[in-house]
Design a protein around this ligand. Sequence first.
Ligand SMILES: [Zn+2]
Length: 427
Amino acid sequence: MQKVIVSLCLLAFVAPAMAQSQSQATEKVVVLHATHLLDVEAGALVSPGEVLVRGNRIVEAGRAVSRPTGAEVVDLGGATLMPGLIDVHVHLFLHPGAEDLQTVVESVPERVILAEQAAKADLMAGYTAERDMGTEGAGSADTAIRNAINKGIIPGPRMRISGNAVDILGGHEDANHFNPAQHISSNASYANNAAELVEVIRQQIKEGADFIKIYESGRDKLVEGRLQTPWQFTREQLQAAVAETARVGTTVGVHCTGEPGALWAAQAGVASIDHAYQLSPETMKLMHDKQIYAVPTFAIAEYFAEGAASIGTAESDTALQILHAAEFKKQLAAGVPIAVGSDVGPFPHGTQARELELMVQYGMPAADVLKADLLNGAKLLGWAGEIGQLKPGFLADVIAVDGNPLENISAVKAVRFVMKDGVVYRR
Ligand SMILES: [Zn+2]
C-alpha cells in the first residue's frame, strides 16, 4: 500500500509537466465564424461574430479574431454564436411515458442506460451544463453518468449532481398508497429530523453528490385560487442541512412550490427555490437580498397540463400554471434572481429550450431570460467565470443557433452546432 502511495505522489509531480508539453503540441486551434455573436452581459449581438478556441478554452471572441497558422476555420454562415445553454433543473434518470411508475418497474442498470441517452440528447440540443435534481430512486447512479462524461467516455453536458435527493417518510417523493406488503421504495432518501438530514447529506456526499436536493413542499392543491402545499422540513431542520452543506463547501437546492416552506428555505439560506409557484413578499425580499434563485420550471407544468391522465388533473394543472405566471411577474418586479430550469425528464430530453420561450411568454424580456440562463445558471452551478459567456479564458462551450434569440427566443430551439470543452459534438 505504502509503495503505491509513494509512486502516486511522484506521478502527481511529473504528470502535469508532461501533460503541459503534450497539450501544447497537440492542442487544436479552431476559429468559429458566424454572422452574429451574442454578448450576454450587454444583451446585444456583435456582427460578425468570431471565437478563437485553443484546446478547451476560448482565447479571443468578438467581431474578428486572429487566425493562427494551421487553425481550422468553421464557417457557420448566417447563424448566431452563443454560449452553450444551461439547465439548472433536469432529471437525466426520468423519461416520458412511464411517469412515476418507471422508478418502480425499471432497474437501476436500465435507468443508467436511459440516462446516458438523455445526457446525449440534452447536449445535442445545445445544453452544455446542467444540474441534475435527483435520480428519483436510482441512488447515486448519477455519479457514474457525470464521471463518464468528464472522462470523455459518453457525450453529455457538464454535470452538477445531487444523487437521490432527500424527502420525509410519506412525503412528496415517497411511494405512497401502494400495497404495503410490496415494500415499494421511496424515490428519495428519507430524513425526518435535523440529525437524519445531516446523516443523509453526509452519505450522499460520500457517494459523489455535488450538492443536495431537498423536497420542502408538496403535494400541491389549489384552494380558492391560493396554493396550498404542506411543508416537509422546519426552518431549523433546513438550517441544519444548509450548515452541513456549507461545512463542505456546497449548497442546498429545494423543491418548493409555496409558503411557508419557501420562507423557511430562504431564511435557512438555500441556493435555489425550484418551482416557486407562489412566494410571499417577505420571501421575495429575502431572495433578492440574499441572491437566492427562483427556478420557475414552466415547461414541466405545461407538459403535465397538456398530457394529464384525467381532465380533472389537466384543469388543476392549467389553473396552477396561470397562477404561477401571474406570480412570476410579481417575482420579477420584486427583483428575485431567476435561473432557468425546465425539469426535463418526464417530457423528452433535448426539447427543454421550451422553458425559455415560456419565460418570455410570461413577461420576461428575451435578453433577461438569456442572462438568467447563462449568467445566473453559471453562478448557481458554481462555474461563474468559466461558462455562460464567450470571453477569453472561458471554457469553450459554444453553440450556434439560427436567427436572433434577442428578437425571437425560439432561436434557441434551432441549434445547428455544439462545441463543449473545445470538442465539436454537432455540426
Ligand atoms: Zn424536478
